[in-house]
Design a protein around this ligand. Structure first.
Ligand code: NAD
Length: 247
């Protein structure tokens, strides 16, 4: 197995794309640390599944928007799993509204989860990666961070910020053999999307040249590839997994 003996932290790993990443990395031999905010039972259930696959699993309650939670989680991973090799900044949320009606709270919350959350975990693992001279960071952005989306100024700004952050980190960490990349999904069939109005799905379907929404696993396969040594000469890139939704 390509990733046997590696330890990965995946934020927001309880459902959707994050859960698919957790399961695919575990299937490739990786021990897993995942955080949850409220769904303790679900996180424990996933941990049992991972242990059933012969991997180690650690579950930590942590809000990604908290700098301190990220520091504590990485410390726990080091104490209990002994190392960290991979960070997937996946946790995210949206809280839509046109800019002329957007509240300060809507803006601040999305920026602090989607953008600051990515900084928080990167900040917590990079001293370890720098010291060991290796590491993989994959940030989940969105095609809406590349093109801007009506009703999502906060989300588009956060996800565009994640792309700038990814490129700057790649420059800073390249000398330590740390790869930093972003994956930009188009519309993927997850709970986040099931909560969206039917019109949003229909409009997206009309754009996707492959004619269907993506599956969480199809994002996970690309993340897993970026974690492998086969992808060792790829850094600072944004890889779209969108069925041609934005070309
Ligand atoms: P989802 O809502 O199904 O899952 C999001 C996960 O993040 C959940 O586990 C949730 O608990 C966690 N989370 C949210 N806020 C958190 C916080 N403050 N602290 C800790 N955990 C938190 O969403 P998804 O569709 O699986 O999205 C995963 C990622 O992919 C997000 O970053 C999202 O922006 C991105 N994305 C999704 C789509 C899509 O179509 N589904 C498209 C492009 C990008």
């Amino acid at each position: 197995m390509e990733l046997e003996g590696k330890v990965a932290i995946i934020t927001g790993g309880t459902r959707g794309i994050g859960k698919a990443i957790v399961m695919d990395l575990a299937a490739q031999g990786t021990d897993i640390a995942l955080n949850y905010r409220k769904s303790a039972d679900l996180a424990q259930e996933h941990a049992e599944t991972i242990r059933g696959m012969g991997r180690r699993a650690l579950v930590v309650q942590a809000d990604v928007s908290s700098f301190d939670d990220a520091q504590v989680m990485v410390q726990k991973v080091l104490e209990e799993l002994g190392q960290v090799d991979i960070l997937v900044n996946n946790a995210g949320m949206n809280w839509d509204g046109v800019v002329w009606k957007m509240t300060e709270e809507q803006w601040d919350r999305v920026i602090s989860v989607d953008l600051k959350g990515t900084f928080n975990y990167t900040r917590a693992v990079t001293p370890v990666f720098r010291e060991q001279g290796s590491g993989k960071i994959i940030n989940i952005t969105s095609i809406n961070g590349l093109r801007g989306k009506f009703g999502q100024t906060n989300y588009s700004a956060a996800k565009a910020g994640v792309i700038g952050f990814t490129k700057a980190c790649a420059r800073e960490l390249g000398r330590y053999s740390v790869n930093v990349n972003a994956v930009a999904p188009g519309l993927i069939e997850t709970e986040m999307v099931k909560e969206a109005p039917e019109k949003v799905r229909e409009m997206a379907l009309a754009e996707i040249v492959l004619g269907r929404l993506g599956l969480p696993e199809e994002v996970a396969y690309v993340v897993t590839f970026l974690c492998t040594e086969k992808a060792r000469h790829i850094t600072g890139q944004v890889i779209q997994v969108d069925g041609g939704q934005y070309i």
